[in-house]
Design a protein around this ligand. Structure first.
Ligand code: PLP
Length: 410
């Protein structure tokens, strides 16, 4: 216990804090859907490190792949110069998976390339820069309540005023439209380099757009020659019950950004685009978008193993089936407890909306005390995020529901 308290004190003393209310779980180890703390408790993880551990914590195949790569080489050279076998293999597998999803959604064949980065926000930075360079245009369109990351470019297209205000001026040429509103899409014009959009808004509180919205957005971008960037950093890799969320609406982006779950627990992200679009980064001038650590070999090895697990275990399909079961259980709770206003989302990206901030906070805290980790989303104080690893079992779901029911009974 003394060790635990000392660690908590040092965490507060030496690590820069991002809020006054950290969750404060002192981690000892993690495995599958469970996190074990140093004070002898165990927690069922129903947020997956925010949509990262889709295949569970410390999947043995990921751990093995990391060990094997560590024995061979770590960093050897900045991205784009040396041929690193594991990076090439990962790119090939990822491109094939995304091309296959593009084919399912559009019926066409695609020739995509992958540019690896280290975080979701960096993937979006690269996508925004690429769209300017390729189109020669300046302006961006984004959506209200979006979240694309915390570096200056991504923050510039993030649609929440309280988070933007302290950092103004951001990029000037950005217009925000209401998410899900087809009629406002006509504001996208020939000056727009790119529209950036989450297919399902995560941090806004798990907002699924009306079915006509994304097809209308794709059509408008085509009419005016703007590139469509879909940010699937959170929705990608099976989270919503398909490999990528765009498959729910049969549209494809010009640039797809990915991150979070890609690395199987290691930091790896990136963006994918057609070869002729990507070419804009290699000329006039060459080396106009570079990265030291993007595509780190250990992270690529982990990602390659993670993708194999997702494919072999058909995790997107599993998330769809499990998500339906979980959603209907949550709807049962909503029928019983009037403080729940709505249950929404797709696959295992679900949100529970409460009537008040107080009810939301109490629910999250009671669940944590009983060993179930759920959490909020960044842009609203009334939504609880429910996003377990895609490998979650029926027994684990039943246990989580019983905990939530107790938390609601209070
Ligand atoms: N884009 C979306 C949709 C996200 O949900 C997030 C993080 O939550 C990001 C981008 C930023 O990712 P990162 O924190 O890895 O920079």
């Amino acid at each position: 216990m003394q060790e635990v308290e000392s660690l908590r004190r040092k965490f507060l003393r030496y690590l820069a804090q991002t809020s006054d209310e950290p969750m404060n779980v002192v981690v000892e180890r993690a495995e599958g859907c469970w996190i074990y703390s140093k004070d002898g408790k165990r927690y069922l993880d129903f947020i997956s490190g925010i949509a990262v551990t889709n295949i569970g914590h410390r999947h043995p195949e990921v751990v093995n792949a990391i060990h094997e790569q560590v024995e061979r080489y770590l960093h050897t050279m900045v991205y784009g110069e040396f041929v690193q076998d594991v990076q090439v293999e990962l790119a090939e597998r990822l491109v094939e998976i995304v091309q296959e999803a593009f084919r399912r959604a559009s019926g066409q064949a695609w020739e995509l390339q992958y540019y690896p980065t280290n975080s979701g926000t960096e993937a979006n930075e690269g996508a925004l820069k690429l769209s300017r360079k390729f189109t020669g245009r300046k302006k961006f369109v984004a959506f209200k309540n979006s979240f694309h990351g915390d570096t200056m470019g991504s923050l510039s297209v993030t649609g929440r005023e309280v988070y933007r205000q302290p950092f103004l001026p951001l990029l000037a040429d950005v217009e925000f439209l209401p998410f899900g509103d087809v009629s406002s899409l006509e504001r996208i014009d020939e000056e727009v380099a790119a529209v950036i959009c989450e297919p399902i808004q995560g941090e806004a509180g798990i907002i699924v757009p009306p079915d006509e919205f994304l097809p209308a957005l794709r059509k408008r971008c085509d009419e005016v020659g703007a590139l469509l960037i879909l940010d699937e950093v959170q929705t990608g890799f099976g989270r919503t019950g398909k490999w990528f969320a765009f498959e729910h609406w049969n549209i494809v982006p010009d640039i797809l950004t990915v991150g979070k779950a890609l690395g199987g627990g290691m930091p790896l992200s990136g963006f994918l685009a057609r070869r002729e679009v990507m070419r804009a980064f290699a000329e006039n001038p060459p080396l106009c978008h570079v990265t030291t650590f993007g595509g780190h070999p250990v992270n690529c090895a982990a990602a390659l193993a993670a993708l194999k697990v997702m494919e072999r275990e058909n995790l997107p399909q599993k998330a769809s089936v499990t998500g339906e079961k979980l959603k209907s259980e949550l709807q049962r709770l909503a029928g019983k407890f009037p403080q729940i206003v709505e249950v929404r989302g797709k696959g295992l990206m679900l949100g529970l909306e409460f009537e008040t901030k107080g009810q939301t906070q109490t629910f999250v805290k009671r669940c944590l005390d009983m060993g179930l980790i759920v959490g909020g989303t960044l842009h609203t104080e009334k939504v609880v995020r429910i996003a377990p690893p895609l490998v979650v079992s029926d027994e684990e779901i039943a246990w989580a529901i019983s905990v939530m029911e107790k938390a609601l009974e209070g």
